[in-house]
Design a protein around this ligand. Structure first.
Ligand SMILES: C[C@H](O)[C@@H](O)CC(=O)C(=O)O
Ligand SMILES: [Mg+2]
Length: 444
């Protein structure tokens, strides 16, 4: 293969799936149509890198527009400039002296950066003919650390400390890689726990997931105390006392409301309450974590945590017991590595968020590298799995016996099938045209 040398084009496509029709992904706050702003990078040799950032429908067009605004900083750039100084290139995107005003490093512009960075990692894996987890594992500490922008986190983690952590963690990496290739990584499922599902559907999906080997389940809560009690009693009965159960409120409560709401639910032996309050409320999370600790319930958060700086504060304030990085909310792999290293330093396990489209495909690469080269353990760590939309990917995630299998294809597993892109591009795709004609959706 001729190695590409320059990015010649960046295309972005608005891809949406009508998941709200069957309440897939529903929770106390969100009624999602799982969507992605999908980026295709083309190079001078015809090799393509594909990336995405996740949204839940309306507003996806705004993220696509934001990605367009970054085109000028990507198209025409030599790959040696990007991959030879990835942390510097990442900083250039996120600190552009005008685009920065729309953030900084949060919201639509940070989602846009994530999609571009994810596409660049997919391209890098394809150039090196390695899955991204293997690409990362093949890099030494002195290659990993320059990928990261340490601005605003150097009071907690310096490049020198990061090198020391990575050097120490390399011991045994080959044995851990063999173990990962043989037995993958433990998962939990949220697919039985969406808030809009009927009790019969929840029962059926719990049984199905248990038959498939899952022993960890997450259930949505937060709309009605009575409904939460009924649903948790049902799920705990279906899965039995030996299985692990977590709940997720998707930012529904105020701080004291969260504590009051959760106390009676602790009888269901819950591992964590996820997003109990605003993702911006660091001290609120710390108050909830302290109040629920005597009940043995941890706090998990991160899927809406805007950047490494907020994660830094959550870790400093002991506002989370489980760190849930999201492959598209942060600015892609480079920033996520910073959060993994900080979480390791604070001895907080990372359990990636993956409830969306394409997220499962990415987080297995990230969590595999945490196991191989950062925390070096799978203890108290688990990756979320949702059983939606994997059929639209060229290299979909593989899960068996309640465990993710190691991806083997080169890249970041983010490439989608052209047939799916054509069907689900919004609003011109054939599926959307059909849904409009049937009156199931109106063009908003
Ligand atoms: C809107 C999404 O489906 C959200 O509910 C996912 C989530 O919070 C999770 O998977 O955790
Ligand atoms: Mg969640």
């Amino acid at each position: 293969m001729t190695t590409p040398s320059i990015i010649t084009a960046l295309t972005v496509r608005d891809i949406r799936f009508p998941t709200s029709l069957e309440a897939h992904g529903s929770d106390a706050i969100n009624d999602p149509d799982y969507s992605c702003a999908y980026v295709i990078l083309e190079t001078d040799t015809g090799l393509r890198g594909c990336g995405l950032t996740f949204t839940i429908g309306r507003g996806n067009e705004i993220v696509c527009k934001a990605i367009d605004a970054y085109k000028r900083m990507v198209v025409g750039t030599h790959l040696s400039t990007i991959y030879g100084g990835f942390g510097t290139f990442w900083h250039k995107l996120t600190q552009d002296p005008q685009m920065r005003w729309l953030g900084p490093e949060k919201g639509v512009t940070h989602l846009a950066v994530a999609a571009i960075i994810n596409a660049l990692w997919d391209l890098w894996g394809k150039i090196e003919n390695k899955p991204v987890w293997k690409l990362l594992a093949s890099m030494g500490p002195e290659e990993i650390v320059p990928l990261i922008d340490f601005q605003y986190i150097s009071d907690v983690l310096t490049p020198e400390e990061a090198v020391e952590i990575l050097k120490k963690s390399r011991a045994g990496i080959l044995e851990r890689e063999k173990s990962f290739l043989n037995s993958g990584y433990p998962a939990y499922t949220t697919s039985a726990g969406w808030l809009g599902y009927s009790e019969d559907k929840i029962k059926r999906l719990c049984r199905q997931a248990k038959d498939e080997g899952f022993t960890r389940f997450k259930v949505k809560v937060g709309l009605s105390k009575e409904d939460d009690e009924r649903r948790l009693a049902l799920v705990r009965h279906e899965i039995g006392d030996q299985c692990t159960l977590m709940v997720d409120a998707n930012q529904r409560w105020d701080v004291q409301e969260a504590i009051k709401w959760m106390k009676p639910l602790t009888k269901y032996n819950l591992l964590w309450i996820e997003e109990p309050t605003s993702p911006d409320d660091v001290l609120g999370h710390a108050t909830i974590a302290k109040a629920l600790a005597p009940y043995g319930v941890g706090v998990a958060t991160g899927e809406s945590c805007q950047n490494r700086v907020l994660f830094k504060q959550l870790l400093q304030a002991q506002g989370l017991n489980f760190c849930q990085i999201d492959s598209c909310r942060l600015g892609g792999v480079n920033e996520i590595l910073a959060v993994y290293l900080m979480a390791h330093k604070f001895d907080v396990p990372v359990c990636p968020h993956a409830g969306g489209v394409g997220l499962c495909e990415m987080v297995i690469h990230l969590q595999a590298f945490d196991y191989l080269g950062i925390s070096t353990t799978q203890h108290n760590r688990v990756i979320e799995y949702v059983d939606h939309l994997h059929e639209h990917f060229v290299n979909p995630v593989q899960v068996a016996g309640g465990r993710y299998m190691a991806p083997t294809a080169a890249g970041y597993s983010t490439e989608m099938k052209e047939s799916s892109l054509r069907k689900y591009e919004y609003p011109s795709g054939s599926e959307w045209q059909r849904l409009f004609s049937e009156g199931k959706f109106t063009l908003n």
